[in-house]
Design a binder for this molecule. Structure first.
Ligand SMILES: *Cc1c(COP(=O)(O)O)cnc(C)c1O
Length: 440
């Protein structure tokens, strides 16, 4: 009767009812009878599952590095340690240890952000969408925000820039055309009600051909001449140059600062490789206004987020981001190294690995960063005979869950996004996948 003492009565009764219903259904459709011990065990399993959080670790074998559905950036060892260290006990979250009086949570990352981006001031909120909402609400409410028609974008999950503007109480003033917008278009739209020019990085698609958008520096000059604020929504935003990994150039945060943007918003968990957060950096006077806005209280980040983001930024300040931060390490992994790990994995499967092959493929960056850009990789391809859908489902339902890619009617695994320490677990999952069912 251990179950009766461990779980509330209602949970126990519900689990017993559901188990019996299921047994009846099975028997009605010709299944075997179930004895009382099996029923009790099934009730215990059901209760165990009900007591577990549904959010769990998965192995990302898709090769998409910043996979939004799989939690975007895996955290660095330093970030994880900082969350544990700060979260385990109390902290100086809003306490000034120097004076022994109340402090501000917003001060903890000020130095690190200043050093890594060269911006005067900063404010961190829950995510980049929230950072835009705050900037638009605080500086644009009841006023006009000028934006290019080429940048009225949907970021994903139905999150659209025009909707956000409406929500913030700012009036949207569209200028230019879908493909070409000039500085003069922005200038001509300025009235005494204009609060800002908003530049939105078109992060998840690319326009080519007969296109024009003003350089950020040009736009900053025009904004300042007209006495309006230039806000740059970078989306991902990167502190490292992506071209050194053979990729196109994702805009650098530092360049937005030096180009003269007054406020810059970017994500904590895209190319920065940290926890979910929205980072706003820029001129001290504007940041001070944001800090006083009531929305800031509603959007403030948790101590665990600040701890993880602090450790992540510290890696950049030390110049060790490319070694510490998983998304950069994944980008830097060579196809030869990926092949070596894939071959080793097949080797550990022994005779069961016979149907696997290792072939050329491409890994994606994902997460609204560098659309269409891929890196050469080597794919571990499962035997076609397993059936793509069935094999993918079995991998998802395993423990741990493995999320793979379906390509050419097969399951393929890209080890670029599998952490090296997960290779053994993945070997186990593949063994279960191809093992002949044991005769019992
Ligand atoms: C991803 C993105 C956002 C939103 O960032 P979240 O961190 O998902 O809130 C905003 N703007 C752009 C251009 C983006 O790419």
């Amino acid at each position: 009767m251990a179950l009766a003492t461990r779980y509330p009565r209602v949970m126990l009764v519900d689990a017993a009812r559901e188990t019996l219903d299921e047994a009846r259904r099975r028997i009605r459709s010709g299944g075997p009878l179930t004895d009382a011990d099996d029923l009790a065990a099934a009730v215990a399993l059901r209760l165990d599952a009900a007591g577990r959080p549904t959010l769990s670790r998965v192995i990302n074998a898709t090769g998409v590095i910043i996979h939004t559905n799989l939690g975007r950036a895996p955290l660095s060892i330093g970030a994880l340690a900082a969350m544990q260290h700060v979260g385990k006990g109390y902290s100086n979250l809003e306490f000034d240890l120097e004076s022994g009086t109340r402090g501000s949570r917003h001060e903890h990352l000020a130095d690190l952000l200043q050093r890594s981006t060269h911006a005067q001031a900063s404010l961190v909120v829950n995510n980049a969408a929230a950072s835009l909402l705050l900037v638009l609400g605080a500086l644009g409410h009841g006023r006009e925000v000028v934006i290019s028609r080429g940048e009225l974008v949907e970021i994903g999950g139905g999150f659209r820039i025009p909707d956000l503007l409406r929500q913030s109480g700012a009036n949207l003033v569209e200028v230019g055309t879908t493909n070409r917008t000039y500085v003069a278009d922005y200038e001509a739209a300025v009235t005494d009600r204009t609060a800002m020019f908003l530049r939105v990085h078109t992060s998840n698609f690319r326009q080519t051909g007969f296109v024009h958008a003003p350089a950020l520096g040009e736009l900053a000059q025009a904004a300042h001449a007209k006495g309006v604020v230039l806000v740059d929504d970078l989306g991902s935003g990167s502190l490292l140059d992506t071209t050194r990994y053979g990729l196109a150039r994702e805009p650098l945060v530092q360049e937005s600062v030096s180009s003269g943007a007054d406020l810059i918003c970017f994500s904590g968990d895209k190319l920065l490789g940290g926890p979910q957060a929205g980072i706003i950096i820029g001129r001290a006077e504007h940041i001070a206004r944001l800090k006083r806005h009531p929305l800031t209280r509603a959007l403030r980040p948790d101590k665990a987020t600040l701890a993880a983001l602090g450790a992540t930024l510290a890696s950049y300040v030390r110049g060790e981001a490319d070694q510490d931060i998983p998304v950069w390490r994944m980008m830097a992994t060579s196809p030869q190294e990926i092949e070596r790990r894939a071959e080793a994995l097949v080797g550990r499967l022994g005779p069961l690995g016979a149907g696997f092959s290792v072939e050329d493929g491409r890994s994606a960056i994902g997460g609204g960063s560098l659309p269409g850009e891929t890196l050469p990789t080597r794919l571990l391809c499962a035997p076609r005979a397993l059936g793509a859908q069935a094999a993918a489902a079995q991998l998802r339902h395993g423990s741990p869950s493995v999320v793979a890619r379906l390509e050419d009617d097969r399951v393929v695994l890209d080890l670029r996004t599998v952490l090296p320490e997960e290779d053994d677990l993945l070997t186990g999952s593949l063994r279960v996948l191809v093992e002949p069912p044991c005769a019992s």
